[in-house]
Write a protein that binds this ligand. Structure first.
Ligand SMILES: [Zn+2]
Length: 283
């Protein structure tokens, strides 16, 4: 008689995360390595972004990976983050025609892609279905985007600053998606994470507001920045999941710019997974 198969279940979150495990089977997230191969045979892991079974254990099917690579290859303005023509080389020195429309208030923007699938599905699952493991899948793409923009401008990447949630919203959601993305990106790169920003008032979700002026008003004065020397002279990168009008990033950058001159960073930059712009498909 065969010995009964023993499933070693533990509850260490960090040790049990497997990015390719399907959220429809949350129990699989607690199964340790010896049981995983058998579990995968019984319940083949699927891609986070589409229902196809995975060819590998990377959390994304080949089709999804290629789709993100195509989005990442689009030309965009490295100042405001908006999509540009294929031969444009827009950056801090050569702003694109739409830079003045943006309220970003930052020096550079790095992005993975436009607000299009499969990035939309991944962001929604990360944010609203609490599949925070997806941050580890998005991190390599963001790491590449930040590195590309920083190298182009010959600047260092001194720290990542996740855009904070108000404590009440973080308590309700259970996590901050920007924190998760920044944390996974820092793990890949060794870049430091700093948290000098605090969100001092609750705001309506920006996704529910369409008018740019109302979005700006919604987050105006929502942040304060700790007044110490931790950012002085540094090239800092604000990290968020999605930017639409740039209002949230602008409000955060404005709080940092209010620091006394000797405490201000050398540059305030932004890195996001998605930029919503004219190249994104209509909702
Ligand atoms: Zn621009």
């Amino acid at each position: 008689m065969c010995a009964p198969f023993k499933i070693d279940i533990h509850f260490s979150v960090a040790a049990s995360v497997r990015p390719n495990q399907n959220s429809r089977m949350p129990i699989l997230r607690t199964i340790s390595a010896p049981a995983r191969n058998i579990a995968d045979l019984l319940f083949p892991p699927t891609c986070w972004a589409d229902p196809h079974a995975l060819e590998s254990h990377a959390g994304l099917s080949e089709a999804s990976r290629l789709a993100i690579a195509r989005l990442a290859a689009q030309s965009y303005c490295h100042r405001c983050g908006l999509t540009t023509g294929p031969f444009a080389a827009n950056n801090k020195s050569h702003p694109c025609a739409r830079c003045p429309e943006r309220l970003a208030g930052i020096t550079r923007t790095a992005r993975v892609g436009t607000f299009s699938d499969p990035l939309v599905t991944l962001i929604h699952r990360l944010k609203f279905a609490r599949n925070w493991e997806i941050a580890a899948i998005l991190a390599p793409f963001l790491h590449h985007a930040i590195t590309t923009v920083a190298e182009e401008s010959h600047t260092s990447i001194d720290c990542l600053i996740p855009i904070p949630l108000h404590w009440w919203r973080k308590a309700r959601r259970g996590f901050n998606q920007a924190e998760e993305i920044a944390g996974e990106t820092a793990k890949l790169s060794g870049w430091k994470i700093q948290r000098p920003l605090k969100r001092i008032r609750g705001t309506s979700p920006q996704a529910r507001i369409t008018a740019p002026t109302v979005r700006a008003e919604n987050v105006k004065g929502a942040f304060i920045c700790r007044s110490d020397s931790s950012l002085a002279g540094k090239h800092i990168w604000l990290i968020d999941d999605v930017t639409t009008t740039g209002a949230t990033i602008h409000a955060a950058a404005l709080a940092i710019r209010k620091l006394p001159r000797e405490l201000r960073p050398a540059s305030i930059n932004a890195a996001v997974i998605c930029v919503t712009d004219h190249a994104s498909p209509p909702p």
